[in-house]
Design a protein around this ligand. Sequence first.
Ligand SMILES: Nc1ncnc2c1ncn2[C@@H]1O[C@H](COP(=O)(O)OP(=O)(O)OP(=O)(O)O)[C@@H](O)[C@H]1O
Ligand SMILES: [Mg+2]
Length: 152
Amino acid sequence: MEFITKSKDETIALAKRLGHFLKAGDFLALKGDLAGGKTTFTKGLGLALDIHEVINSPTFNILKIYHGKIDLYHIDAYRLENNDYDLGFEDLMDEGLTVCEWPEYFLAYLPENYLTVEFTYLDENTRRLTFKAKGKHYEEILKEFKDADAMS
Ligand SMILES: Nc1ncnc2c1ncn2[C@@H]1O[C@H](COP(=O)(O)OP(=O)(O)OP(=O)(O)O)[C@@H](O)[C@H]1O
Ligand SMILES: [Mg+2]
């Protein structure tokens, strides 16, 4: 499933639409280019979860927790390059939506199934977002999302 967005607001709106289909315990892997829009996308997910705090890049924190209708665990694994960091929050993951930027540096903690969004920088204001489901649960989420999208 592929989308082209032509502004950051379009990326936020797309994420917000997807966010309505996500539940506590879900895991999203946001991959791809620097400045691809991963953090921007997370802001849109926050809107769907009724999070009123500003969501920023957690680069210096690795993990930030936001409270909303569902809690959001926002991870930026960019600094975990060696993959051997113990965040000690695995027990929490069932209780909120986990969104991980740079999942390639978080391999040790990736659940068996998750939804990947891959960001490709096309030009200054244009990005391609590719959604890929791993596992039946996420295939169903994408299907619901697609059906709802077709009706709107
Ligand atoms: N279509 C678009 N979608 C998303 N962001 C866009 C778009 N067009 C322009 N932008 C700009 O691109 C930048 C995306 O930055 P953002 O922090 O979301 O990227 P990122 O993928 O999280 O980067 P990093 O890898 O450094 O964490 C923002 O400055 C945003 O305003
Ligand atoms: Mg980012």
